[in-house]
Design a protein around this ligand. Structure first.
Ligand SMILES: Nc1ncnc2c1ncn2[C@@H]1O[C@H](COP(=O)(O)OP(=O)(O)OP(=O)(O)O)[C@@H](O)[C@H]1O
Ligand SMILES: [Mg+2]
Length: 244
């Protein structure tokens, strides 16, 4: 698919189990530097599990995960995060009783060597991109609307200075206007050099945003390709676009 030198994140025969259940079976794929790649599939097909395996939240049962030339599976989450992989989980994973500001500060937690002024500068930049977060900086995260919470989840991820962002359903529960807004932010982050691996149920948006798409079916890779090519296949027409 991509040239070898493009291999940035690479999954090799990844298998992940919950007890006897093989949630991810022998999956191999690549995410090249600088791209937006989407991972699609029905509920329970193993998408979130793959993101958890990459960020170290779930230990694989087999296979390997490589990032920028080093093997990362089996490493603890904080070590993987320090390498530049940041996971924005399904449901956003905010700290509900902490303020917006405190949640953003938590995002910078992995940057132990960063100076206080450097973090403050990044915070100012975040507030420029997300003025609503500046306005609400003293509010508890639980009081934010769905769209605001999504902005905060993304912004908190950015405070960790990611090279690779793993986004689990960033558009979930957002109104059409906010979907556009968050989609624009995702594009902007990518243009600023952040590689993105995104899980979504919004197929039209993921096709629009990504350069490559993988489709999972009950834990196995069923199909992959460029969005414009995939949308022509019977599989996608039938299962995703409802064309019979
Ligand atoms: N902590 C867990 N313990 C046991 N089984 C789990 C656990 N988490 C996920 N599973 C199972 O693993 C499979 C894959 O789940 P996963 O969350 O990766 O799916 P998904 O593709 O992200 O689905 P969705 O689109 O609904 O978010 C499912 O069968 C699910 O029930
Ligand atoms: Mg999921």
């Amino acid at each position: 698919m991509f040239q070898t030198e493009d291999k940035y994140l690479s999954l090799r025969n990844l298998t992940v189990c919950y007890g006897a259940l093989e949630a991810v079976k022998d999956v191999s794929f690549e995410v090249p530097a600088g791209k937006i790649v989407s991972l699609l599939g029905a509920n329970g097909s193993g998408k979130s599990t793959i993101l958890k395996a990459i960020s170290g939240l779930k230990k694989p049962a087999g296979g390997e995960i490589w990032f920028q030339g080093s093997r990362i599976d089996g490493e603890p989450t904080h070590a993987i995060m320090r390498k530049g992989i940041v996971h924005v989980p399904e449901g956003r994973g905010l700290f509900p009783y902490m303020t917006v500001f405190e949640n953003l500060q938590m995002g910078a937690f992995s940057r132990k060597s960063a100076k206080k002024q450097e973090i403050e500068r990044d915070l100012e930049e975040i507030y420029e991109h997300f003025p609503i977060l500046k306005e609400r900086r003293s509010s508890q995260a639980k009081t934010l609307s769905g769209g605001e919470a999504e902005m905060l989840a993304l912004a908190r991820g950015l405070m960790a200075k990611p090279k690779l962002l793993l986004l689990d359903e960033p558009l979930q529960g957002l109104s059409p206007v906010l979907i556009e807004e968050v989609a624009n932010i995702i594009t902007m982050l990518n243009q600023r050099g952040i590689t993105i691996l995104m899980v979504e149920h919004n197929i039209s948006m993921s096709f629009e945003l990504s350069q490559w798409v993988y489709i999972l079916e009950t834990g196995e890779l069923a199909l992959q390709g460029k969005p414009q090519e995939l949308s022509q296949t019977d599989y996608v027409q039938q299962y995703y676009l409802g064309v019979t």
